[in-house]
Design a binder for this molecule. Structure first.
Ligand code: SF4
Ligand code: SF4
Length: 157
């Protein structure tokens, strides 16, 4: 019992051994690690593929009028990279630094608005497929008509 009491008393008078970490004094990290996903709304077409594949349900996409709200709860992200691997337009990348330090939970929330376009036939809001068309058929080529229509109109003869 006595040695335990001695250790307890010694520890009371010892200085703290942990160091305060802030974004400014982060230690060097070894190469090869990847960081949290970073979403680029200018490349996002709000297709929902990343939401479908995210195992931690970090990504939530919902329509508000003529826009899609793209939401991420990065405090629940495991940095698995599934969203990055499956995104067809390279709208998500790993941040180069694996650390993500914040004292406010709101700093882990991402909210981006993605503009939708109107279906060429019925006017329903649909994702803008221009980036996909350029990837498939070449930069600057016109977007094929079937990519400017909603799924319902595509099925109509
Ligand atoms: S997969 Fe890419 S393009 Fe599709 S919603 Fe996610 S970030 Fe946007
Ligand atoms: S890195 Fe993984 S856990 Fe994080 S948002 Fe992407 S798919 Fe979800």
């Amino acid at each position: 019992m006595l040695p335990l009491i001695r250790i307890l008393i010694e520890n009371i008078f010892k200085p703290p051994i942990t160091e305060e970490i802030s974004a400014a004094n982060l230690p060097e990290h070894p190469g090869g690690f990847h960081g949290y996903p970073e979403h680029d709304p200018s490349r996002c077409i709000a297709c929902g593929i990343c939401q479908y594949f995210c195992p931690a349900k970090v990504i939530k996409i919902s329509q508000i009028d003529d826009k899609m709200n793209y939401h991420m709860d990065l405090d629940q992200c495991t940095c698995c990279g599934q969203c990055i691997d499956y995104c067809p337009t390279n709208a998500i990348k790993h941040r180069p630094n694996p650390y993500f330090v914040a004292t406010n939970l709101d700093d882990f929330k991402v909210d981006h608005q993605i503009k939708l376009i109107k279906c060429a036939k019925c006017g329903a809001f649909i994702p803008d497929m221009t980036l996909i068309a350029h990837k498939l058929f070449g930069e600057g080529k016109p977007v094929p008509k079937h990519l400017t229509m909603c799924p319902k109109c595509k099925r109509k003869p």
